[in-house]
Ligand binder design. Structure first.
Ligand code: F58
Length: 821
């Protein structure tokens, strides 16, 4: 319980009148930043304002901790190597409900809130969908009053900053901490130590029981940095705890005294490397030692932290699983299964069976990919050298597990080999997805199709053995950031027409349906869309010096660049339009602005070549006076959460064109939908559920289905046949290979073309004709403004189920067994 005096302090800190906010701003500018208002920069003012907001959050935070403690609640621990939060300032103000008062407080001082928000560096601690999902889920857990703690890594450098130079991606390091981070609080008191390397040995404990101990060859300290995550206007604040790696001794004086100055700081440098930089990989990951170190480091810190907190309130660790439920966001933290076993057995003295029971009732595992190359496998030589004790534990888990399988499916040796956590091959590997499956109470995919494909394909043997552990949890996104914050004019229109209930219950958007027939409403709808387009156009003008035409149809594809996401299919279609305009076969073309954004993994050559292709197509069409009346292509560099917040509201058409069966879910599609964009897409990932929700008449469907692709591949797919059959495709591909579109350069796109002609694993050529058909229908539909606006309204109206609140409710009910408000 807080003392009376502190209760008063907390109450005062939570005060949000304009006068109080203004005083607090000036106080922070004076005492925290140390600057006079007149000479302060926007960055300094931003820091002062961030502290004002942080003070408000802190007051709620303290009260939340107090209340959760009193109720002795069960805590959800969300383990993720990535949290792609996006800027804090405006989001926290929105959730606290203080945006207007802050704006007024600053206005009174002649300071523009907008200018301050613009200088906030974005914490890019994630690659894409997986990291952003974790951030949306944190928002929803706080909003639903779910006691939760996010655990991850505090990367000093987040995802690289992307520059486009001559159409090629150039990477720069992301120094997001350069000017300090006002949203985090270091908690050195809660530091822990993580061991690496060395060997294991047995010994006899006091009861003369034989036990194992691990003698590491080095130890690294983990220092937690906490970021408060406020819920939407409910005074609940949860914690995101990110670990920074530090040397246990930052400076070796004995080495220093011998005159080896570099040697003296070497261990500090080596230790800190672990949380230095986010791996900018996507699903073409190769085994990397440092990555395993990162994974183990944050997972071990987090589990140690949970056990420590547990023992502050409870007598023993026996009831750990009643108090904690730990969700693994993909396999990256799945080493936690072996780590919890180690901590329970070696440190807390439990026997194997009890430890296993606790472990298995603690974890849930969410899978985010079907791509076989993305399922993490660690070669024994790396794994055993770094984590010798864990290798022993995993071998024992596997041995016991395979014995169970042998009982369930007698005489099926092949099945045992298929299900083994240990992969055989030229070198043995630890298959992390299998470890995650075997060690978890619940396993889920992230969209209906994805879960089905997991159950029927990738994890079929496991599904057969224990089907009750599998379920689907279709992804969702937070409407606070992706609608209220990204699209204030639309949010205001919604409030006015259907009330504010949708802020917390997105299903209330269905109330919009009755307005589709209302011409005045449609006009207002269109107006908000034009406003968003103008806002984006201003941004692009400012950043790139390019003028967009808001009257054209904005056709957007923003996401990581990957062959399976098929940005090149989109680019080929633009070339097809170009050819048709040039040869006069396209009558009555709908003017379109094609917007692209996304990063390619630095080592993924083909993805980088796809960026070059998009930019080359852009140069071609944008420079041609005859064509540019109809087509404009823009690659927006350095795609990020904040760029997304500008693009989603401005889009008319949302490109969701991955090869069927490849995109686990996709979440950008949901952000577009909420903002009223109509999708063109395949039957893949969440598209299927989006189409079901919005109605097939409001979705431009094309392409082969996952089973059709399987069938074609079984028979032997020959991409060249599709080239030969389609004159338009021939014209486009010939133009590229003969240098017609590339100022005579025939080699530029050769690797891409060779792949398309000979391999085409992602069925670009097979889907091309149907894609151009669907595109042409979309273009025509856009000309019927009334009908298009009706479709747009229905997309928003029927997007309720794609709220992360719905997703989190499902996790709470089915997996975590935690109540929501
Ligand atoms: C994404 N995965 C899926 N991985 O591709 C997407 O379909 C899904 O909607 C989303 O997860 C959320 O469920 C994804 O973003 C990564 O970025 C990994 C980062 C670490 C290396 C391997 C890829």
């Amino acid at each position: 319980m807080a003392t009376t005096q502190q209760s008063i302090a907390i109450q005062e800190a939570a005060e949000t009148s304009v006068e109080r906010l203004q005083a607090s701003f000036l106080q922070h500018l004076t005492c925290t930043v140390g600057r006079l208002l007149e000479v302060s920069t926007d960055t300094e003012r931003y820091h002062a304002l961030a502290h004002v907001v942080r003070d408000l959050v802190m007051a709620d935070w303290i009260r939340t901790i107090q209340s959760f403690k009193e109720k002795d609640v069960r805590v959800v621990s969300y383990l993720s190597a990535e949290f792609l939060l996006g800027p804090h300032l405006m989001n926290d103000m929105l959730n606290l409900g203080v945006t207007e008062n802050c704006r007024q407080a600053l206005d009174g001082l002649g300071v523009s809130l907008h200018d301050l928000a613009e200088v906030e560096p974005e914490p890019g601690l994630g690659n894409g969908g997986l990291g952003r999902l974790a951030a949306c889920y944190m928002d929803s857990m706080s909003t639903l009053g779910v006691p939760a703690c996010g655990y991850g890594l505090r990367y000093e450098f987040g995802i690289f900053r992307q520059e486009i130079r001559d159409g090629w991606q150039v990477e720069h390091s992301d120094k997001w901490l350069q000017f300090g981070n006002p949203w985090e609080i270091p908690v050195s008191d809660a530091s822990c130590q993580v061991m690496f390397g060395g060997r294991t040995e047995t010994y006899l404990d006091e009861q003369k029981v034989e036990r194992w101990r691990w003698i590491p060859d080095h130890i690294i300290a983990g220092v937690p940095y906490d970021t408060p995550i406020p819920g939407y206007r409910n005074n609940v604040v949860n914690r995101l705890r990110l670990w920074k790696a530090e040397a246990v001794d930052s400076f070796d004086f004995t080495v220093f005294n011998t005159g080896d100055y570099m040697g003296a700081v070497r261990s500090k440098i080596e230790s800190e490397t672990i949380s230095k930089v986010l791996y900018p990989n996507d699903d073409t990951e190769a085994g990397k030692r440092l990555r395993l170190q990162q994974q183990y480091f944050f997972t071990s810190c987090s589990l140690q932290d949970m056990l420590r907190l547990h023992l502050l309130q409870r007598e023993s660790v026996h009831d750990f699983a009643e108090k904690w439920t730990v969700q693994l966001n993909d396999t990256h933290p799945s080493i936690g299964i072996a780590e919890l076993m180690r901590l329970l057995i070696d440190v807390h003295g439990l026997d194997w069976n009890e430890a296993w029971k606790i472990t298995q009732s603690t974890f849930g595992y969410t899978n985010h990919t079907l791509l076989p190359e993305a399922l993490e496998k660690w070669p024994f030589h790396i794994f055993g050298a770094l984590l010798p004790r864990h290798l022993q534990i995993i071998l024992e888990i596997n041995a016991q597990f395979l014995r169970e399988v042998a009982v369930m499916f007698p005489n099926d040796k092949a099945k045992l080999a298929r299900m083994s956590i240990i992969g055989e091959g030229s070198e043995k590997t630890v298959r992390m997805a299998y470890l995650a499956v075997v060690g978890s109470k619940a396993i889920n995919g992230v969209a209906k199709l994805h879960t089905e494909l997991l159950e029927q394909g990738t994890l079929h043997d496991f599904y057969e053995a224990f089907p009750e552990r599998f379920s689907n949890k279709t992804n969702g996104v937070t409407p606070r950031r992706w609608l209220m914050l990204s699209n204030p004019p639309l949010a205001a229109l919604l409030d006015e027409s259907i009330g504010e209930g949708w802020h917390r219950d997105l299903d209330e958007l269905t109330k919009l349906e009755k307005f589709t027939g209302d011409a005045a409403f449609r006009e207002r709808w269109t107006k908000t869309q034009v406003q968003a387009k103008v806002r984006l156009a201003e941004y692009i003008k400012d950043k790139m010096g390019i003028a967009l035409q808001p009257a054209s149809m904005f056709d957007a594809q923003v996401k990581r660049i990957h062959e399976y996401k098929r940005q090149h299919l989109n680019a080929l279609h633009i070339l097809a339009l170009y050819c048709q305009i040039k040869n006069g076969t396209l009558k009555d073309a709908t003017p379109r602005t094609f917007l692209f954004g996304g990063k390619a993994a630095p080592g993924y050559k083909m993805a980088k070549l796809i960026i070059k292709l998009i930019c080359t197509v852009g140069d071609l069409v944008n420079a041609d006076p005859e064509v540019r009346k109809f087509l404009h292509v823009v690659f927006v560099p350095d795609y990020s959460v904040s760029v997304g917040q500008r693009i989603y509201p401005a889009a008319d058409l949302s490109e969701q064109i991955s090869t069927a069966g490849k995109e686990a879910s996709g979440t950008g599609c949901m952000k577009f939908m909420m903002n009223g964009a109509v999708a063109i897409g395949t039957l893949d990932g969440a598209n299927i559920e989006i189409r079901d929700a919005v109605g097939k008449e409001n979705f431009f469907l094309f392409g082969l289905t996952a089973p059709e692709i399987d069938a074609i591949k079984q028979k032997g797919y020959r991409p060249r046949d599709f080239y030969e059959k389609s004159p338009l495709l021939r014209e486009v591909l010939d133009g590229l290979s003969l240098g017609t579109f590339t100022k005579g350069d025939r080699d530029l796109f050769k690797p891409l073309l060779d792949d398309l002609f000979n391999q085409d694993s992602y069925m670009v050529l097979a889907d091309f004709e149907d894609y151009t058909r669907a595109q042409s229908e979309a273009g025509k539909a856009y000309q019927d403004r009334q009908h298009w606006t009706e479709m747009s309204i229905l997309n928003t109206a029927r997007s309720g189920t794609f709220s992360s609140d719905r997703a989190i409710r499902e996790y709470c009910a089915d997996i975590w067994k935690v109540p929501t408000v």
